[in-house]
Design a protein around this ligand. Structure first.
Ligand code: SER
Length: 305
């Protein structure tokens, strides 16, 4: 399935569930002094999570995102990017955990036809409600439901202890399992292992708190849903390739760079050859989208302005 078709299928699925399809916001958020770049689908909906200006209660989008936190990993791993698209569905005081989990499962297993037995999930260690929905409603076997702490299963990560202040909540992630023959081949391999057997594809955030400066978690006026699924990563699963750089929208770009620079490709152990071509392909996309959203490149650093 082509990347464009996956994006379309996602938006149509949530339109059929009465979501308003919202255009991607600019990579440079207009009214948010706390952000340099848009890094998540929920950014443009922040005020709605706080209960302000809720003119619609359900939304879905494919958001252009730019994240610099993973810059050093880009090209050297199968799926890190600076620029990527994030598919997301959002509820502002409307549906909550049960619908978010049911629809995520329905979209992946019915619409995209991924096999349920290839999916594992994680939940926040204290979130019995999400755990029970996966176990009793979706019928995911207990051994495929992993409990993690606030580093892995709270969004933003570690918000309760480290911040930032603002909307946050426990989350539940879905992982695609490439099978026992992939990665480290260890019998005990599970989503916490970074061998490549498991790839995280969807993060369902149950946004129910407003983190305060004193670290307390104040319940939001209403409970919300914020989900994020990396389009390029999902495309790599759907297209049966091992890295995002081999999907239909990346391959021509990375391939042309490899040809021009006479680089060799292939996999050797865990080290990806062709790393530089992949990194350049990623950065070209990031720069192109940033410039088209009004960012002007300069050799001066912001500090000297
Ligand atoms: N905000 C969450 C994330 O970025 C889910 O969309 O992962």
């Amino acid at each position: 399935m082509k990347t464009d078709d996956i994006r379309q299928a996602f938006l149509e699925f949530f339109k059929s569930k009465e979501h308003k399809i919202v255009q991607s916001d600019s990579l440079v958020p207009m009214d948010d002094p706390t952000l340099l770049f848009t890094g998540a689908g929920m950014n443009q909906f922040k005020e709605k999570f706080l209960g302000w200006n809720v003119t619609y209660k359900r939304a879905a989008s494919s958001q252009k995102c730019l994240r610099t936190g993973d810059l050093e990993n880009v090209g050297g791993t199968s799926g890190h990017h600076t620029f990527f698209e994030m598919l997301g569905n959002f509820s502002f005081g409307d549906y909550f955990k049960k619908e978010a989990i049911l629809w995520a499962w329905e979209f992946l297993t019915y619409n995209l036809r991924l096999k349920g037995e290839n999916l594992w999930v994680s939940v926040y260690k204290d979130d019995d409600e999400a755990y029970d929905i996966w176990k009793d409603v979706i019928k995911v076997p207990k051994e495929k439901i992993i409990k993690f702490g606030e580093k892995e299963n709270f969004w933003p990560s570690e918000a309760p202890t480290k911040g930032p202040c603002g909307p946050c909540g426990p989350c539940s992630e879905l992982f695609y399992d490439y099978g026992k023959d992939a990665g480290c081949k260890n019998q005990t391999c599970a989503p916490a292992c970074d061998c490549g057997r498991f790839v995280e594809i969807w993060n369902l955030v149950f946004t129910q708190f407003d983190r305060q400066a004193d670290s307390s978690l104040k319940p939001l006026p209403s409970k919300n849903i914020d989900t994020g699924m990396g389009l390029e990563r999902l495309a790599s699963v759907m297209q049966g390739v091992k890295t995002n750089f081999e999907i239909d929208i990346f391959k021509p770009l990375a391939g042309e760079i490899q040809k021009m620079a006479r680089l060799t490709t292939g996999r050797s152990g865990q080290a990806w050859q062709g790393t530089s071509a992949n990194a350049i392909a990623d950065h070209i996309r990031a720069v192109t989208f940033a410039v088209s959203d009004g960012v002007m490149p300069s050799k001066k650093s912001a500090a000297t302005w």
